[in-house]
Design a protein around this ligand. Structure first.
Ligand code: 5GP
Length: 190
């Protein structure tokens, strides 16, 4: 998505540890117009799939998921991060190691809001090692629901998550794919 790539080049900042900061338009201050274009792009990619729910993980996925869900006319469900082990009968849970914070969170979703009739589009801001996405996929599978695919705003394609999850047979659509990233600049995949 050209508009998104241009914005990353203009406002993205590369930090040590392969972290790209996009706080100026996606992760802290949010450019709602850009987010709407992103949501429309996800809708175009997945509109024939009969999506019933858009799933993401708190916190930075929520705004993206809300605008995407509005395009599809379906609810958003976001997995909550919990520091304590959740063994409640009412929750689906999965353990996820955070790329940016290095801690392991149990992520949880109430069983009330996801079941075997759901066709789920997972969305998130970044795909790096793939841990967040794998945790969300596990939760959908625990519910007996179907993962229709994943819509990712920025995939760091030099990290292994995208390849691993595609090799699991999950359709992953990333709107900007970064091939390489150094202090001197960014390079996108073709
Ligand atoms: P993964 O689980 O694929 O390693 O990382 C995905 C999660 O980590 C995303 O939900 C995102 O919040 C965060 N993340 C991964 N890489 C980056 C990055 O370069 N910049 C920012 N801002 N967040 C990232």
């Amino acid at each position: 998505m050209r508009l998104l790539e241009e914005r990353i080049l203009k406002d993205g900042k590369v930090y040590p540890g392969n972290v790209l900061k996009v706080d100026g338009f996606l992760n802290h201050q949010i450019d709602v117009g850009l987010l709407r274009q992103i949501a429309k792009e996800f809708y175009n990619l997945f509109k024939t799939e009969g999506i019933t729910k858009v799933l993401t993980i708190e916190a930075s996925g929520i705004a993206i998921a809300c605008m995407t869900a509005e395009e599809f006319g379906v609810p958003v469900l976001f997995a909550k991060k919990s520091k304590t082990k959740n063994i409640s009968d009412d929750l689906y849970s999965s353990s996820v190691e955070s790329f940016t914070h290095g801690v392991v969170n149990d992520i949880v979703v109430s069983k009330e809001y996801l079941d075997e009739n759901d066709k789920v589009l997972i969305v998130d801001d970044f795909l790096a090692q793939g841990n967040a996405l794998k945790g969300l996929i596990e939760i959908v599978h625990l519910a007996g629901a179907k993962v229709v695919g994943a819509g990712i705003v920025i995939e760091k394609a030099f990290q292994p998550g995208g390849e691993e999850i595609r090799s699991m047979g999950v359709r992953v659509e990333s709107l900007a794919k970064i091939k390489s990233m150094t202090d001197d600049g960014l390079c996108f995949c073709d």
